[in-house]
Ligand binder design. Sequence first.
Ligand code: SF4
Length: 349
Amino acid sequence: MERQYILQRLPDVLLPWYRLNRRELPWRADREPYHVWLSEIMLQQTRVEAVKGYYARFLSALPTVEALACCDDDMLHKLWEGLGYYSRVRNLKKAARVIMDQHGGVFPGEYDAIRALPGIGDYTAGAICSICSDRPTPAVDGNVLRVISRILDDPTPIDLPTTKKQVAAELAEVYPEAAGDFTQALMELGATVCGPNKRPDCGNCPCNAFCKGFQRGTAEVLPVKSPKKTRREEDLTVFILSCDGKVLLHRRPKKGLLAGLWEFPNVPGHLNEQEALAAVENMGLRPRELLRMVERSHIFTHIRWNMRGFYIEVASAEGKPDWFTREQVELQAALPTAFRQFWEEKQDV
Ligand code: SF4
């Protein structure tokens, strides 16, 4: 009961605080569901500052759900290049198609219909439904869980599915009429005053009069998370092959990690120089000069790639279709960050 008593106090302090202190962000300019949806998907795993440019470019190229539904996949990947987690943008397009086919091109307003769209989970559905339609549907992400665990001084691990469910149910009970502002106020508090990776700024927090974590001095050790699982390590040899001012790219399989994006040719394991040159010959190409070798890594959520890259000039581009000029790599081919780092070090193309 004490939990509900504390949570009930949130709307009265958070709404005025939010209206005075909120950051002006491009996706807060209106409550158009397409805009809110796009921003929420982009903001998953990505910082606000990094998202701003992507958001503007995406909407300029694809201003409507209809434009997104009809968009060419290469253009879509290019608009997302560098943001990572490409399944997000593929699901955006799938959902846009569902909206065109099943909802007459109009973004649905009901929580269940929004939640049923590809790529939309409880959090995003709650955010869109509350922000765009002022419904009492909480959007509980890591920021909100951190705030609530501190306010309630609750040491239950926040990454347990049951914790998220409980917090969502409890918040739904205290939602005010201005549901959209309340959702955004909670997010804003969790992104700024009570933010991640820093000491909570309790002296400037509108909740400090009733925050148990602040009063008991436990805020800085909250939230609690379950012990981390270890990441799988994979070794990879990457070939940055050049010929006549072009580089060879390869399309990744349609399913799995980085599905459908472009990559430099690569093989599992770490090859030495002789093995790398032999591998290039096995691709049907004639190595002319091994220019250099570099070691790089890239971390995904569950995997770490330890990559050894060989820059090799080959004698002829014949026999392989996918040679790209510098301009084509920059403008057309979506090259994920794991491979782009080799491209950015390449000066001679
Ligand atoms: S008082 Fe401190 S710990 Fe509590 S919600 Fe505010 S910033 Fe977070």
